[in-house]
Design a protein around this ligand. Structure first.
Ligand code: NAP
Length: 315
């Protein structure tokens, strides 16, 4: 069976894949282009793609009878794959749920704390040699303990963030969910508008879908409190980035912590210029053991397909 891995994964995962399959390591750092996706659908039995690889409807339309029967996505978010077009072409899609949950929740907490307590700004101050000593009213930030945190999208990652905020920081949790949730911590379900109005910190943890595209735009940003912080660990296009820049400039909201960007990896200069914005380079799952677990999970789906067994993680 011919397998293509679109971006180099940790060595142990590559070795396991090479031992089992006729493996092609694409050895690229950037996302697969449309033409590469077309060729992959035509020439391989399975592909392990990842963030940004352009498996859009047009790629499936260009290969009427694909040799490829599985896109085993490396990552839980698969908005770069048109799953409906894949199904129409007889190509299964799987992802890596769970393996990413705690690491991504940890990055959300990193962003909450860094942004609330102005850690990036303080670090820049020290490195620039501009810190001249402690004083009682220097660089005062938002005290996170006991604050109200709104989780938008109470799925695996949303719940892991909420647990950290509740058990670790005594926060009140409110959430916006599209289906009822059974939770092992106190949390109040609200409408989006009510949650945004109640929160000191708003955390986005929804998948990127047509429904969540620009969920945070001028109107929803205006529903937040002026002292509140927006944190996005979901996907960039859940936020209208231009509207976010305007809201930060006008003081509609106080600050933002971002792991993902609307036109990733482009980050607007306007955001880079603002001291009240924490910018991370999509670090959500960036820990070796997490990336190994994700790789093993993606590979397990390919092995299941090769063995004719049910796929463990269909989307
Ligand atoms: P998940 O378990 O499927 O959770 C997503 C939650 O969002 C679900 O509870 C879902 O509701 C809810 N939801 C979907 N549309 C909604 C809407 N319109 N309004 C309110 N809630 C909505 O997925 P996950 O594992 O937590 O991952 C969430 C997303 O995080 C991924 O899709 C990915 O894009 C992103 N992510 C980012 C990083 C990073 O590196 N920054 C890493 C991992 C994942 P239901 O429960 O009703 O389905």
């Amino acid at each position: 069976m011919k397998l293509m891995i679109s971006r180099r994964l940790p060595e142990s995962v590559m070795a396991e894949a090479a031992a089992r399959f006729d493996l092609t390591d694409r050895a690229g750092d950037g996302p697969m282009s449309h033409d590469e996706c077309v060729a992959a659908l035509r020439d391989y039995d399975a592909v392990i793609p990842t963030l940004g690889d352009a498996f859009r409807a047009a790629a499936f339309a260009a290969v009427p009878a694909p040799r490829c029967k599985l896109l085993a996505n490396f990552g839980v978010g698969y908005n770069h794959i048109d799953a409906r077009a894949a199904a129409g072409a007889g190509v299964a899609v799987t992802n890596t749920p769970g393996a990413v949950t705690d690491a991504t929740a940890d990055i959300a907490l990193t962003l909450i704390l860094m942004t609330a307590r102005r850690a990036g700004e303080g670090e820049r101050l020290v490195r620039a040699g501009d810190w001249h000593g402690w004083h009682p009213t220097q660089m005062l930030g938002m005290h996170v303990t006991g604050k109200t945190v709104a989780i938008i999208g109470m799925g695996r990652i949303g719940q892991a963030i909420a647990r950290r905020c509740h058990f670790g920081f005594g926060c009140r949790i409110v959430h916006v969910s599209r289906s009822p949730k059974t939770l092992d911590f106190p949390a109040e379900a609200m409408t989006l508008e009510a949650a945004l109005g109640a929160a000191d910190v708003v955390v986005l943890a929804v998948p990127a879908t047509a429904e969540t595209h620009h969920l945070m735009k001028a109107e929803t940003l205006a529903a937040m409190q002026a002292h509140a912080i927006l944190v996005n660990i979901a996907r960039g296009d859940v936020v209208d980035e231009a509207a976010l820049i305007s809201a930060l400039k006008s003081g509609t909201i106080a600050a933002a912590g971002l792991d993902v960007y609307e036109f990733e990896p482009q980050v607007p200069d306007a955001l880079k210029m603002m001291e009240n914005v924490t910018l991370l380079p999509h670090l959500g799952t960036a820990a070796l053991e997490v990336r190994k677990a994700m790789g093993r999970m993606a590979l397990a789906n390919v092995i299941a397909m090769a063995d004719g067994a049910p796929l463990p993680n269909p989307v």
